[in-house]
Ligand binder design. Structure first.
Ligand code: SF4
Length: 365
């Protein structure tokens, strides 16, 4: 059987086979990925989520050279938002019908675990209907070092205080040779999986992700995908549920010390990797397009390269935009609906677990 036929049939591919897919012409990969997407998710609809990013602090001790967002603790632009400020932003989301925040910061050297617990309790008290997906494995690792507790204990306490999920930010390329060449102090592959596994064991929402453009090649991308797929198998077997979805985007390096140090991934590379990811991740059905890094047009194109979801409104986004992502930090619900319709699909609002909440009625003709 031809490799593409095998992939379209949903058969498990070896790491070498995934790597070999990158050599196929883009149109063939696109056709295979789209066929697979139509087979495993609702072929008529493209989903989206109404949510908001909140970056509670930009203070970070990790100092990744490709990040334009972080500041040292004593930098004049360093900030930590008050509970009231965060709450005000949540209220703005509620005003447009959103029920989920994505709360992320840097690794603050001094904020105690009790600050995070109090912040979560404060938000849940004032916004009981809003789910809070927050922190990355890197932030949890920072809390391990600060408190001496392990990730499971920290996450259990945060969950008790109101945490609903811990998205898997900071995955980038889960191959240490690549990630530590790009950022010496970045969380290791083993720690990333250890902390994600702890979150999954506790029943917290998690998301699998990948960022391309660090100078990695097909071999490292294939290895990353296999590692994500293995974790998904493990989590399903042990805890009954794994990642909610897979999201992939390109590294943005404008305004960073990393600019020019690695070839940034083009739209062609993005679409190719998206298609390969769809074929490689036979156990993760939902794949997101990334309009904040690629722009609306490429994101629409991505709907024919394996993606079945248009991401979220992200009312506020500071990390990608600080590094010169596509010139947008948010999209309105109407914009997202229009873009999905223009691509030939029916837009449908979803929750974080990809349950459809509302299929949007067609516009009058
Ligand atoms: S990417 Fe995250 S961990 Fe790295 S410097 Fe930026 S905020 Fe800190």
């Amino acid at each position: 059987m031809d490799l593409l036929e095998k992939a379209v049939a949903g058969e498990r591919l070896s790491q070498e086979e995934i790597e070999a897919l990158f050599a196929y012409p883009l149109p063939e990969l696109a056709a295979a990925a789209h066929e697979r997407r139509l087979a495993v998710t609702d072929p008529e609809i493209v989903t989206y989520l109404i949510d908001r990013n909140i970056n509670y602090t930009n203070v970070c001790t990790v100092g990744c050279p490709y990040c334009a967002f972080w500041r040292s603790k004593n930098h004049p632009e360093a900030y930590v938002q008050s509970f009231e400020e965060i709450s005000q932003r949540v209220a703005e989301l509620e005003a447009v019908g959103g029920k989920r925040i994505l709360l992320q910061g840097g690794v603050h050297p001094e904020l105690p675990l009790s600050w995070y617990e109090e912040m979560l309790r404060y938000l849940k008290r004032h916004h009981p209907e809003v789910r809070i997906d927050a922190f990355s494995p890197e932030e949890i690792l920072g809390l391990e070092r600060l408190t001496g507790l392990d990730a499971r204990e920290i996450l259990a306490r945060l969950k008790d205080a109101g945490l609903d999920g811990m998205p898997g930010a900071g995955a980038e390329i889960l191959v240490d040779e690549i990630r530590h060449k790009a950022a010496r102090r970045r969380i290791s592959t083993a720690d990333w999986f250890r902390i994600v596994d702890a979150a999954q064991e506790l029943g917290l929402y998690t998301l699998a992700s990948m960022v391309i453009g660090f100078g990695e090649g097909p071999k490292e991308r294939a290895l990353h995908l296999v590692r994500i797929r293995d974790q998904e198998d493990r989590a399903r077997e042990r805890y009954g549920r794994g990642f909610a979805a897979f999201a992939m985007w390109t590294l943005q390096t404008k305004n960073t010390a990393y600019a020019g140090k690695a070839p940034e991934a083009s739209a062609h590379e993005y679409l190719k990797t998206l298609a390969v990811s769809r074929l490689a991740l036979d156990n993760i059905p939902n794949h997101q397009a990334s309009w904040p890094t690629m722009g609306f047009r490429v994101a629409q194109t991505a709907l024919f390269y394996g993606a079945n979801d248009f991401g979220s409104t992200m009312l506020e986004e500071n990390v990608v935009s600080a590094a010169g992502g596509y010139d947008r930090t948010h999209a309105t619900v109407a914009q997202i609906q229009r873009l999905i319709r223009a691509a030939g699909f029916t837009p449908a609002e979803r929750d974080v677990f990809y349950n459809v909440l509302k299929v949007d009625v067609p516009e009058p003709v």
